[in-house]
Design a binder for this molecule. Sequence first.
Ligand SMILES: [Zn+2]
Length: 141
Amino acid sequence: MTGQRMAIFEAVFKESSHFTAEELLDKARLIDRTVSRATVYRTLPILVESSLVREVDIGTNLKYYMPNKEQESHQAQVICNDCQKIFEIPAPFMEWYGSTVSARLGLTPISQRLQVNASCQEFQSEGYCSKDAASETTATE
Ligand SMILES: [Zn+2]
């Protein structure tokens, strides 16, 4: 159990991009092949709760995750409508905007997000995206 979790942590912090639970399972199994799907699904919410991992909801059935390395500012996501590749961009102005708007209403901000739907460069040049574009970017290590 502990060994499995260690493999999951290790796999998470090797990631520099977004991943799904299933992608994490594959990567954790490269480190320790006994890692079970159940352990991955049990461990992810714990990592999110302890702010080691951030959940990125792009409004589809699939949940994406990203390791929370030194987070210098609020992050916004730009998502390709076609291949759902997620680009992460710093958006410090969002923090300011959220607190300014909330303060004006006498409210305390809890969370906020900015997501931009876009067409990726491949879509612009080819008119389509290769389906596994998202996994290609996470595989570059
Ligand atoms: Zn695309």
